[in-house]
Design a protein around this ligand. Structure first.
Ligand SMILES: [Mg+2]
Ligand SMILES: [Zn+2]
Length: 276
């Protein structure tokens, strides 16, 4: 069935926090594992990405293991409609990707728990690894010292716009239409990189939606807001059905169900290829 995936004409890019899962995963882990006080104390003095690495150190010092963090992430709420949207878009042959400022450990844990990790061809996020003491280490996607991304819209550890440009330039993305789904300020830069014929799906009343509305002429893609999982599913599948040709629809490719579980060892590179 690989020919169906190869022939697919749509790339769907998902943000993770407050888009795939309902909460912010960093916030969820810190709150649920009881590290909110340390977080609030350190927040004014540190950038988010370094702070999250530091918070993993705090949790480790409090005796919380990587398994405790995994267990906590598995309980994070995820709308059944969003899961269904992911499975169906994948089955229709869309190329699904995650672009997120969370980290590889959190995202893989959640997607694997819900059985949809195999639906995604890549996860672009901050790398994570367990050190020799079993402490989770989180590093920046772009190293601000050795390879600064130079984008003034984005935090120094990650420019999602640069990631979208990299995906747009790959052979497999040639002549494909993009659908970008997100909520946050960091999703604005990649939305500006979309072309005519692409779609952006901002979460209504969240920062991305506000930024788009404040200057609508800057966005070349067609804008389709959503406000909950049910709407995300309905709107995404409507757009996908419009873009996917009838020949492709007739050969449904249930990659998610067929794929083997993907190992979730941390310590891989920034872009995680997910074997299908
Ligand atoms: Mg988000
Ligand atoms: Zn940027």
């Amino acid at each position: 069935m690989a020919t169906v995936a190869a022939a697919a004409s749509v790339v769907v890019v998902f943000d993770f926090d407050k888009t795939i899962i309902e909460w912010d995963s960093d916030d969820w882990v810190i709150t649920k594992l009881g590290a909110a006080d340390a977080f609030n104390r350190l927040r004014p003095t540190m950038r988010w990405n370094s702070l999250m690495d530091r918070m993993m150190g705090e949790l480790h010092a409090q005796g919380r293991s990587a398994d405790d963090i995994r267990e906590c992430l598995r309980s994070a709420p995820l709308d059944a409609h969003v899961l269904s949207a992911i499975r169906t878009a994948s089955a229709l042959g869309c190329d699904l990707k995650v672009v997120s400022d969370a980290n590889a450990f959190f995202i893989e844990t959640v997607l694997e728990h819900h059985g949809v990790l195999g639906c995604f061809s890549e996860i672009n996020t901050n790398p994570a690894r367990l050190d020799a003491d079993g402490r989770l280490r989180i590093s920046p996607f772009h190293d601000p010292t050795s390879s600064p991304h130079g984008c003034s819209l984005c935090p120094e550890n990650m420019c999602k716009g640069k990631i979208i440009e990299r995906i747009q330039a790959t052979d497999s993305a040639k002549n494909k239409r993009f659908i970008y789904i997100g909520d946050g300020k960091g999703d604005y830069c990649p939305s500006l990189k979309l072309s005519e014929g692409d779609y952006v799906m901002p979460k209504e009343n969240y920062p991305l939606w506000n930024l788009i509305r404040s200057n609508p002429q800057l966005i070349k893609a067609e804008v389709h807001p959503w406000c909950n999982g049910e709407e995300l599913e309905r709107i995404l599948l409507k757009l996908v059905n419009k873009l996917v040709t009838p020949a492709q629809v007739s050969q449904l490719d249930y990659k998610c169900e067929m794929s083997n579980p993907v190992p979730t060892d941390v310590g891989h590179n920034q872009t995680l290829p997910v074997p299908n």
